[in-house]
Structures are given as C-alpha cells and as structure tokens.
Design a protein around this ligand. Sequence first.
Ligand SMILES: NC(=O)c1ccc[n+]([C@@H]2O[C@H](COP(=O)([O-])OP(=O)(O)OC[C@H]3O[C@@H](n4cnc5c(N)ncnc54)[C@H](OP(=O)(O)O)[C@@H]3O)[C@@H](O)[C@H]2O)c1
Length: 317
Amino acid sequence: MKAAAIAGFGGPDAIKLMDLPEPLVGPDIVLIRTAAAGVNPVDLKIREGRLTSRYPHHFPIILGWDVAGVVEAVGPAVSRFRPGDRVCAYARKSCVEHGTYAEFVAVAEESVAPAPESVDLIKASALPLASLTALQTMDSLKVVSGETVLIHGGSGGVGSFAVQLLVGLGAKALATASPGSADYLRSLGAVPIDRHGDVAGQVRAVAPEGVEAVMDLAGGPEAVAATLSVMKDRARVCSILGPPAITEDGVARGLKGSYVFVRPYGSQLSELSAMVDAGSLRIHLHGKFPLEKAADAHRAIQAGGHRGKFAITVGDS
Ligand SMILES: NC(=O)c1ccc[n+]([C@@H]2O[C@H](COP(=O)([O-])OP(=O)(O)OC[C@H]3O[C@@H](n4cnc5c(N)ncnc54)[C@H](OP(=O)(O)O)[C@@H]3O)[C@@H](O)[C@H]2O)c1
C-alpha cells in the first residue's frame, strides 16, 4: 500500500511516499481504508524524533494518529463495526510505526467511532485527536455552566473544539490567539484576546472578577505565569503541554494544576461525532493536501496562523 513515511528523523523533506505492507487484521482490529488522515502537531514531533523517550519507534515510520475512512475488514472478535461502515479514530498505538498517512490503517475496536454523517470523511479525519483532547481537558477542569475559562491558544486544532465545547456547556470562553484570528474566535463563541498584547489586562477588562479555570493549549508555563493575577483563588489550571508549574504564590492561593495526555476512547469520540451531526460542534478544516504532499501539511502547521485543522487526503477522496 502507499504510505507517507520516514526512514529517519528530520525535517518535512524526510517524509517520502513509500510502498509498504498492508497491516494485519488481529482478532479485535478494525481495518480502515483511509479517506483522509488528520494532521496534528504530534506528527511533527514524531518526525523530528522528539518522542523517542516516550515510545519505541520502528522505521520506516508511517506518520499520523488520526484517520477517517470506510471499514475494509474486521477481526473475528469485533462486534460494533462491519465492512462498509464510515468510521473515524484516534489511532495511537503503544509503538510508533503504523500511523495513518496510509491507504490502510488497523485500529483496535475500542478506539473506533462512527464518523459524523453530516460531513465528508476529510473533515471527519480532523475530529478525533483534537476534539478528544478538548473534551478530556474540559472534564479534567470540571468546568460547570456559568464559569469563565481562559484558553491559551484558542484558534488551533484543540482550541477550536475547546471553545465550542465550553460555550456549549454554558461557560464563558476567553481565548488567546494572534489578532488575525479574532473574528474566527468570535464565530466560535469566544471573546478574543490578542496573545501578543497584555493578556492579563485584556482578561481583566472583560472578566474583572477573574477566571475560574485556565486551559493551557499553547504558551506553556510562561503564558500561565503571565495570567496568574487574573485567576480567582482556587482556580484550576490544566495543560496539555506538560504538568503545569504552579508557583508558591499560586499554591498558597489554592490553585490546582493538572496535565492531560489524550486517551483514544472510541466511546467519547462517538459522542463527539454525534455532536457534529446535531450541529453543536463544527469541524474547521484550514486546508488539505494529497498523500504525496504530506510534507506540505507539516510545513503549513509549522508556519502557524492557521484556524482549525489540516487533513491529508488518500486515494480518490
Ligand atoms: N497532551 C495532549 O494529549 C495533546 C493533545 C493535542 C495537542 N497537544 C499539543 O498541544 C499543542 C496545541 O495543539 P493543536 O493541535 O491545537 O495545535 P495547532 O493547531 O498548531 O494550534 C496551536 C495554536 O496555538 C496558537 N499559539 C501558538 N503559540 C501560542 C502562544 N504562545 N500563546 C497562545 N497561543 C499560541 C497558534 O495561534 P496563532 O498562530 O494565531 O498565534 C495556533 O493556532 C501542540 O503543542 C500539541 O502537540 C497535546
């Protein structure tokens, strides 16, 4: 099968179109004929060799953790899917080798969900990893209706879903991004905050009482530290970049930190897929590239300034 893969770590040029063996169909495996693979920053990190301390890697490595397509075959123990079903999945494995930038992807049944019926499979491929991360971060923060949440990095893949989920819950979302994304953030229901300006000052202007929770989706400890003054006492901070460092002052004020590393739960992805069909969650695709131009998708993410997600299309999709 055709796949976009790397034979060694490197820049986008390391990605080559290769002919590699089709995956095997184990007893609990759903074999997906790929229509599109969603692109995530972690794909770039893997390409650069930045995850070697976390997972075993085996070359050649097919990149990609997100997939949408049609079920080609199922293992004998699979009960919820059958050939012909439209599906999507966050297809992270315990070893980095068999990714989703390929004509076929084998995924454990528990990570697979029906693809939303109201969008094409290219858009559906942009849903899994980023929306699951947004949902699991919101769950970790235990956000409730009426609360005000500051999101560092609201315009990207995860941020776009996080804003919508928070607003849908009845929370007020203040989201940082570059000024060019302000209208986009408004269209999602967020109050835009210019990340290059005085972030704390802008937050104070719209939420003088402070915020109950902070999602760190970009910016890291620096961005969090710069907004400590606008967090209410006992505010919750959740980062997807690493365990958030809460300063001594923050600890004294009762701030609580958590770190989410997204889990590939098909049951949650099914709920998110249903939300797309119900019209309560929109998937924003910033651009798409054919499999043989996968390197350009990586360059586009690296360049920044995008809103929402990128996808790599496979075959005739
Ligand atoms: N722990 C996990 O499970 C997990 C899961 C998913 C993603 N991640 C990580 O989370 C990060 C975001 O993922 P993503 O898919 O949303 O990436 P993305 O689509 O590239 O979006 C990142 C966005 O953050 C904005 N940004 C960049 N630097 C910023 C800063 N200093 N302050 C505020 N905003 C900033 C950019 O907006 P502008 O260009 O408009 O400035 C960009 O749109 C990546 O590092 C990714 O690897 C972790």
